[in-house]
Design a protein around this ligand. Structure first.
Ligand code: NCD
Length: 291
């Protein structure tokens, strides 16, 4: 009974649609009582605001009890390993483990060793399934379809689990996806387009944070150069097609990849994405514990 959610690439398209249907139903007010009193542990070994606390919100809405984990106050400080930390929470009898960790596919070492269901809140530069699902829900609400839409993912693509997850799933759903940004952050095989062309042609312009904490070397551009060349500002908004929207997984760097006054402009769906995050996470939890 129930299913982990570790990545999206191993899910059938029909399964992705059914999670989105359930998320939309929760968005529209559906209430579910079947999980009241179950216990979730949110184990975020990397910093997180939106993913961590919208999982928390989703758990609250479904009536779960929630254990939040504070790495700085845990035995990680005594060199306890990731594996032993997760095993500890599992041995308490938790029903659900929501995990974020810096290592790509950290979950492989846990499979077969824990009883609780695992929901991946982000693994290294690899997968971020619930972020992609909330992006997809936002796009579906906006356009009513996926087929034929053009998406540009712009910025620090190579370090971004959001870019990697979306690039795969969006193409599978029939969207045309390109990437753009500084050469140092581009990846082979991810359909590079020059920035202006990418922005002008797309229905969805998805901006990414410059992830300084993941860089071995400093960015070659200054912040001002980045903003000038790849940042979305008022002037570049004029390049957008009619009906095109701006998205960003956040946290955003105001004045770097996005200008202050673009964050909440009429093209932006950034806070809508955050709202949808609660509903896709409710759907992922229900699937993990009930389906
Ligand atoms: C992203 C992440 O941590 O993968 N944020 C998020 O979950 N909404 C992107 C980022 O940190 O830039």
């Amino acid at each position: 009974m129930g299913k982990n959610l570790l990545d999206l690439k191993s899910l059938e398209v029909s399964e992705i649609h059914s999670i989105l249907e359930q998320a939309q139903a929760f968005h529209d007010g559906e209430v579910f009582h079947g999980l009241e009193g179950r216990v979730a542990a949110n184990l975020f070994f990397e910093p997180s605001t939106r993913t961590q606390y919208s999982f928390n919100m989703a758990e609250c809405k479904l009536g779960l009890r929630v254990i939040s984990f504070n790495p700085a106050g845990s035995s990680l400080q005594k060199n306890e390993s990731f594996y032993d930390t997760v095993k500890t929470f599992d041995s308490f009898g938790t029903d659900l483990l929501v995990i974020r960790h810096v290592e790509n596919e950290y979950y492989n070492q846990l499979l077969g060793h824990v009883n609780a269901k695992i929901l991946n809140g982000g693994d290294g530069t690899g997968n971020h399934p619930t972020q992609s699902l909330l992006d997809l829900l936002t796009i579906r609400q906006e356009f009513g379809r996926f087929e034929g839409l053009r998406v540009a993912i712009i910025g620090d693509v190579s370090h971004s689990r959001v870019a990697h997850t979306n690039f795969e799933v969006m193409q599978r759903l029939g969207m045309e996806v390109c990437t753009s940004g500084p050469e140092e952050y581009m990846e082979e095989g991810m359909h590079f387009k020059p920035f202006e062309e990418a922005v002008r042609q797309s229905d969805v312009v998805m901006l990414l944070r410059v992830q300084h904490e993941r860089h071995a070397e400093h960015m070659h551009l200054t912040v001002e150069q980045y903003h000038d060349r790849y940042g979305m500002d008022r002037n570049k908004l004029a390049w957008l097609k009619e009906g095109a929207i701006i998205m960003h997984p956040a946290p955003f760097n105001r004045g770097v990849e996005i200008a202050d006054d673009v964050v909440e402009c009429d093209r932006s769906r950034i806070f809508k994405q955050m709202n949808n995050g609660v509903f896709v996470r409710m759907a992922a939890i229900k699937r993990a514990l009930c389906d």
